[in-house]
Design a protein around this ligand. Sequence first.
Ligand code: MN
Length: 422
Amino acid sequence: MTSLRSFLKGEKVIKVEDRLSPEYEIGKVLLRNQDLPIIFENVSGSEFKVVGNLCSTRDALYRALDTGKEEYNEKVINALENPVSPESAKHGRCFDEKSKSLDDLPILRHFRGDGGKYITATVVVAKDPEYGRNVSVHRLMVLDGGRMAIRLVERHLYMFHQRAEEKGEPLEVAIAIGVHPAVLYAASFSPPEGYDEFGLANSLLDGGLKLAKCETVDLTVPENAEIVIEGRILPRERVDEGPFVDITGTYDIVRKQPVIEVTQISHRKNPYYHALLPGGREHKVFMGMPAETKIYGELKKVVSVKNVCLTNGGCNWLHGAVSIVKKRENDGRKAIHAALAAHKSMKHVVVVDEDIDVFDAEMVEFAIATRFQALKDAVVFPGAKGSSLDPSADKNAITTKLGLDATKPLDRLKDFETANME
Ligand code: MN
């Protein structure tokens, strides 16, 4: 029960029989039908099936992690604190068949202004002599049949590549595409350096994840991955990467980024290619939900936190709503400071009482309308480092942040009682 296929078996899916092109056509259908997973049975120019919108709702990801809205954060934090090393597989089904070129894969071209065809649902595995294994998600822009540009945000894989480059060496990578959502979720999480994200994935999957040895690089991948691309990030080589649509739906800029030279492409029999639509709801689920858990974990240290939501209207990245069980008058402010510190990209955060459902935008607005006074309940942070994805921030992502304490004042609780029929 740890494969993409096993997850899909339990889900309602839409099947598209028409032969569609990975150039714009499949992306357009994914964009217009984001409620359910879609399988494209016939893809022009490729033998592979395409699947998208696998987890384009919170509920789908809760199902993938075998949890629910109220238990989700605690479940993930528990798994983070208790990672389980995956066992080795005798045979890797992901190596059963081979492809010669990236051109054999149904890699989508999404939007007209994109820099190229992009692989998006990637689980990139690498190793560093000191830090061990790292598993992370990176967009890959196809350069030709055997080379791709990889976007390395300055986190762990970036550091591994820098360290290899200093020695003049390439960095081996293995890219798994088409894995169980729990694996993609764990790869989307960024625990501290040296933490093996496969241990988190395996803990979330109750110890069922098995890894198989790659054939041209010294790395392991989930044996039931649909597709595996092996290769090396080259030292001292950079190419233009982008433009690319990010979660705000606006274009990320073109940057000089490193190049992967592919050494082997393999796949399961009758493979599925997972296409994650840039700026789509699935993209937001996999980026936003791990961040919610990080915020929850930090809030837990200072207040009695109930739940955290990075809201849909805020691109599941820039706006947060946090509910707390308020015990002391300054808990609202404490929560504002802790939440903004936990997720640096968050620009506005609203803190509400436990009776407000943070996933219900109307209720959150109700709390602001009836429990918030800007002069005493707003906390403004000018000149703060925010998200590079917010087009309203300046070039260096400097922005003004705002916290709204929309909790009821403890000394006037009686004034806030709502009428009921009991
Ligand atoms: Mn990492």
